[in-house]
Design a protein around this ligand. Structure first.
Ligand SMILES: NC(=O)C1=CN([C@@H]2O[C@H](COP(=O)(O)OP(=O)(O)OC[C@H]3O[C@@H](n4cnc5c(N)ncnc54)[C@H](OP(=O)(O)O)[C@@H]3O)[C@@H](O)[C@H]2O)C=CC1
Ligand SMILES: CC(=O)[C@H](N)C(=O)O
Length: 248
């Protein structure tokens, strides 16, 4: 069903993005992979091309850098556009609001909100012209609720969910589908982006407590695959996936 299509995955150098690249390559999807860590992208691209025979283009790109994202969009357009955008890159340097880590608030807003918008802007007009496309935004369970210390992160993910739902409504007449994926705790490098030592330790202790089984990146890649492979008349608008043990 996806064979021969092309997908752009942001934040493909680790975690959910990397797992999704593997999942889609296995289905014969050609890929455009972006992130900041070039060596990770190079290794992944070589592996996927050799294993699955798909074409993989890569671009080193910070999603919060608007001119860079515009150039990525132009290169994608020159190659004929993409059928799928997996808008996944994100960061989570959380802390209590009283700690006043304003630079980190700005970083989360720049990466998690503006980065998502820049990627949409880079491909949406092409999809609309071709009357075909699927945009998958990775928000979070934190798009629906808030947690102490995660006020700004949850704010960015609430924004992504709102953008997804608005885009879904606007995109109907252009034949473009939109899905907002809302994972709970997934075992990835994300907690390493927390710079507040006490909060980072607490988040990791909570995620990796003995006997607690949290989600794996492949679980989210499978959810994305499900959304992408539904018949054309179905829009999987939101998927909210948590580990059984995660109450909130
Ligand atoms: N893990 C979890 O529990 C959950 C994660 N999510 C969301 O899933 C998404 C993926 O995170 P996850 O896989 O968990 O974490 P990872 O830290 O493993 O992956 C984050 C990815 O985003 C990229 N990235 C971060 N900052 C930037 C930037 N400025 N420009 C470009 N790429 C960037 C990283 O690449 P590089 O450093 O090479 O640039 C990396 O590939 C995020 O949006 C996150 O908020 C949602 C709910 C739960
Ligand atoms: C708040 C969560 O549970 C989630 N792990 C996230 O990182 O968004």
């Amino acid at each position: 069903m996806l064979q021969g299509k092309t997908a752009w995955i942001t934040g493909a150098s680790s975690g959910i993005g990397e797992a999704t690249a593997r999942r889609l390559a296995k289905e014969g999807v050609n890929l455009v992979l972006t992130a900041r860590r070039e060596e990770k992208l190079v290794a992944l691209a070589a592996e996927l091309e050799a294993k699955y025979g798909v074409a993989v283009a890569l671009e080193v790109a910070d999603v919060s850098d608007r001119p860079v994202m515009e150039v990525v969009g132009e290169k994608i357009a020159e190659r004929g556009g993409v059928d799928i955008l997996i808008n996944n890159a994100g960061t989570m340097p959380i802390s209590p609001i009283l700690s006043g880590r304003v630079d980190e608030w700005e970083q989360m807003i720049d990466v998690n909100i503006k980065g998502v918008l820049y990627a949409i802007n880079a491909v949406y007009s092409g999809m609309a012209e071709r009357k075909s496309g699927h945009i998958v935004n990775i928000s979070s369970i934190a798009a629906r609720q808030t947690y102490q210390s995660a006020g700004v992160y949850a704010g960015t993910k609430h924004a992504v969910r709102a953008i997804s739902d608005t885009l879904r409504k606007e995109a109907i007449r252009f034949g473009v589908r939109v899905t907002d994926i809302q994972p709970g705790a997934v075992a990835t490098e994300l907690p390493d982006s927390i710079n507040h030592p006490k909060i980072r330790d607490a988040v990791k202790a909570n995620m990796y407590a003995e006997g607690s089984e949290i989600l794996q990146p492949d679980d989210i890649a499978n959810a994305i695959y499900y959304a992408l492979t539904q018949p054309a008349y179905i829009d999987v608008s939101e998927l909210h996936i948590r580990p059984v043990i995660q109450e909130d």
